[in-house]
Design a protein around this ligand. Structure first.
Ligand SMILES: Cc1cc2nc3c(=O)[nH]c(=O)nc-3n(C[C@H](O)[C@H](O)[C@H](O)COP(=O)(O)OP(=O)(O)OC[C@H]3O[C@@H](n4cnc5c(N)ncnc54)[C@H](O)[C@@H]3O)c2cc1C
Length: 359
């Protein structure tokens, strides 16, 4: 089939799951002219809504392999997508830079080596005595942090992103269906997704973007895909003190794997945990509030005003994510255990190329 926009409009794509991965696929494919339907039963509780939105692209240290390739594509695509989406919401932006800090001398040496090997990247090493760390050291009541500034990494507000994509999908005539797909099957070269209310949705191509639940839909098929849940909790802290202004801190920073996002002068977000479970464990919150040797007084459980969690899916026995054609017209795009927000444009790019092979 020729890939003219007119022809693509005859191809029906059914996307199951409307988290960031399903939405980005819908965005890319509807922009190209495909006739897209996206179905979801409960998107407000998905992991995309729980995400912090940190985009750790350039600062990723493993610079080879499939995951790095996907990151590279995403890094290149993000500015183009921001430009495109900003026409619908001018507030959408990537807040840069990102600081990666550590108390460990060994980790700091590794960061220095990494920066030394990647001189083309916009990195800056910050030693303990750097004036750029003055506020952090003051507010964290410590003098121990050092690390790296990555001027091209940062954070996007995930809720704003998801809402803006929705506007774009509506504009591109994407059909939204609310419902849970309970079965998929192939009939006369078409894919049918059956909902709980027995309604049938038809696609020439079906893309499973429903994270952990994609396994349920594949039960009848002989695919050896294994996914396990990884729950992540995050918290918001409120601390009123004239001496502490969280907005005097960098916009996004990470200390030994914990991300901090100042929201206002007295509120700050902190996340996230990694739990092999489907139910959030109260005790795991300590991993967020007690990971430093000397906790500053504001980083205390009693100051938590909001906490939330999301459940991600992690491939078992193969690397994350799972991007695969399982049958003609059946594609899986799941297992985004971490960095799903960052990787969404790269995955949508992969999907759009893969789909052309099915036509
Ligand atoms: C606390 C936390 C912090 C995070 N921080 C970051 C971060 O800073 N940066 C980053 O890049 N990533 C981050 N992530 C990871 C990121 O959120 C995930 O990688 C990403 O959201 C995965 O997106 P998804 O679309 O695959 O899954 P989801 O967002 O979970 O979406 C799957 C959707 O499928 C739907 N669904 C399931 N079954 C069915 C069915 N049978 N029929 C119809 N619909 C169905 C669900 O309702 C859901 O809406 C974080 C995650 C958590 C939990």
């Amino acid at each position: 089939m020729s890939c003219s926009k007119e022809n693509l409009n005859k191809v029906r794509i059914l996307i199951v799951g409307s988290g960031i991965i399903g939405k980005f696929n819908a965005l890319e494919l509807s922009k190209q002219g495909f006739k897209v339907t996206i179905v979801d039963n409960e998107e407000s509780k998905n992991s995309s809504n729980a995400a912090l939105g940190i985009l750790m692209g350039h600062i990723y240290q493993k610079r080879h392999g499939r995951s790095w390739e996907l990151r590279k594509v995403s890094i290149n695509l993000w500015p183009k997508w921001i430009n495109y989406l900003r026409h619908l919401n001018s507030k959408l932006q990537i807040e840069k830079p990102l600081l990666q800090l550590t108390r460990s001398r060994i980790k700091f040496e590794k960061l220095k080596q990494f920066a030394g090997k990647n001189l083309k990247e916009k990195f800056e090493i910050i030693e303990k005595n750097s004036p750029k760390l003055k506020k952090i050291h003051e507010i964290f009541e410590s003098n121990d942090f050092q690390g790296l500034i990555s001027y091209e990494d940062g954070r996007i507000n995930p809720r704003l992103l998801l809402d803006t994509i929705d506007l774009s999908l509506k504009k591109n005539h994407v059909n939204f269906v609310k419902g849970r797909v309970i079965k998929i099957e192939k009939k006369q070269k078409k894919w049918i997704g059956t909902l709980e209310n027995e309604k049938e949705l038809i696609g020439d191509i079906i893309i499973l973007c429903n994270s952990l639940n994609s396994l349920e839909l594949l039960k009848e098929f002989k695919h050896k895909i294994k996914l396990k849940p990884i729950l992540g909790q995050a918290i918001e802290i409120l601390y009123d003190d004239d001496q502490i202004d969280f907005l005097s801190l960098p916009k996004n920073f990470n200390i030994d794997g914990k991300n901090f996002i100042p929201l206002t002068n007295n509120k700050i977000i902190l996340g996230s945990t990694d739990e092999n479970s489907l139910i959030p464990e109260e005790a795991k919150i300590n991993q967020l509030t007690e990971f430093l040797d000397n906790n500053p007084k504001w980083m205390n459980k009693k100051n938590i005003i909001r906490k939330w969690f999301g459940i991600r899916s992690r491939p078992d026995g193969e690397p994350s994510p799972i991007l695969k054609t399982l049958d003609k017209g059946l594609i899986i795009c799941s297992g985004f255990y971490k960095n799903g927000i960052l990787l969404a444009p790269g995955s949508a790019d992969w999907i759009s190329k893969e789909i052309k092979k099915h036509l």
